[in-house]
Design a protein around this ligand. Structure first.
Ligand SMILES: Cc1ncc(C[n+]2csc(CCOP(=O)(O)OP(=O)(O)O)c2C)c(N)n1
Ligand code: SF4
Ligand SMILES: [Mg+2]
Length: 342
């Protein structure tokens, strides 16, 4: 008979009903040095609020490490530890395993403690993907891996990553006179990949800080469900995306409303589009043209009309041809445009 792995108890983290019902306590406070308008810093703040005081946070190298832990100061009120750039997965698993052993041996009080390891897109979707993958195959350890995606290696001056959108201007893909588009690869589908490849992982979701309550409740679900989980946040970055910091919130909304960043969750194997994405898919609101999103950001300022059309066509494809809009990039053979000849 197959052994059913039972995970340890988790904290009861019911969804927050409204912004007015949020606790006033902050566990990520002042004293950091992130740029004005940094949505990743907002993610840290809301993640800590969503998780509450009995939480350990581990952070891999990147802006959210460097700017938040200047020598002799930190904005973290909960225990926090730095981990190596590609190590969010192993840091999460190792910490969850250590807590389990210490509690079993009676060396610390037996209580559910949230373990959250965050990583950037460079540290997570590129360098640390194998460690994250390994962690998501261990159903007996409770931990959340939170990927904050500012679509570049921002801390080292905006080099392109596997998460950088097609055509964007980064320090590794500066448009020139002869070649305008220097980055020809499409962004990795990290959340879909994590969900599809790890059947033991009970919860994967995408979030945006422009929808803070939705994001906090998603992180609470990820922490409460048990076992290892993965949440992917798209975080506008004024420095890397080259826009005025006051636009951060609007650009986050545009990413969702243009269909560039679909919001969804996969809970116990059930896939559900959420928030505005669900409304777009149900035909209740119109998907905005991607031009509205691209023209707000300097990193796309070199785009010609053809480039914008190409970008739009790829987003349309994601919405109309994928097995599930924005989530699963397969097509049923019968629906494929040009099924290969036998
Ligand atoms: C193994 C290793 N290689 C390179 C670096 C240099 N480095 C520090 S932060 C960073 C960028 C990380 O990018 P990302 O994970 O996307 O986080 P962000 O800086 O965008 O917040 C790099 C390359 C490092 N610390 N460790
Ligand atoms: S470079 Fe981007 S991610 Fe880094 S602190 Fe500034 S706004 Fe935040
Ligand atoms: Mg990054």
């Amino acid at each position: 008979m197959a052994t059913v792995v039972k995970h340890d108890p988790t904290q009861a983290l019911d969804p927050f009903k409204s912004v007015k019902k949020l606790p006033l306590e902050e566990y990520f406070t002042s004293g950091h040095r992130t740029c004005q308008g940094c949505e990743s810093a907002l993610l840290m703040k809301l993640m800590a609020k969503a998780a509450g005081p009995r939480t350990i946070v581990l952070g891999s190298t990147g802006c959210m490490y460097v700017a938040n832990t200047t020598y002799y100061s930190t904005s973290w009120v909960v225990p926090w530890m730095h981990t190596q750039l590609g190590s969010s997965g192993s840091a999460a698993l190792g910490t969850a395993a250590a807590l389990k052993v210490l509690m079993r041996k009676g060396k610390m009080k037996n209580e559910p403690i949230n373990v959250i390891a965050f990583c950037g897109d460079g540290g997570g979707a590129d360098m640390g993907i194998s460690g994250i993958s390994a962690t998501l195959t261990h159903p007996d350890y409770n931990c959340l891996i939170l990927m904050y995606d500012n679509e570049s290696y921002a801390n080292t001056d905006i080099q392109l990553s596997g998460s950088t959108p097609w055509g964007a201007n980064t320090t590794f893909s500066t448009p020139g006179k002869v070649k305008r588009i220097m980055h020809h690869r499409w962004k990795k589908n990290m959340a879909g990949m994590m969900a599809a490849g790890h059947p033991e992982c009970k919860y994967v979701s995408t979030i945006s800080m422009s929808y803070g309550l939705h994001a906090m409740n998603s992180m609470r679900k990820a922490l409460a469900i048990g076992g290892p989980t993965f949440v992917h946040s798209l975080d506008p970055c004024p420095k890397g995306w080259d826009y005025d910091p006051y636009l951060s919130h609007e650009i986050g909304e545009l990413a969702v409303n243009t269909g560039v960043w679909p919001l969804y969750e996969i809970e116990n194997g059930v896939l559900r589009l959420t928030g505005r994405t669900q409304q777009i898919a149900a035909g209740k609101i119109r998907r905005q043209p991607v031009r509205d999103y691209l023209t707000k950001q300097g990193r796309f300022a070199h785009f010609t009309a053809d480039d914008t059309d190409y970008f739009q066509s790829k987003i349309d494809e994601m919405w109309t041809k994928w097995l599930y809009p924005g989530v699963i990039p397969f097509r049923k053979e019968i629906e494929a445009d040009s099924a290969p000849a036998e």
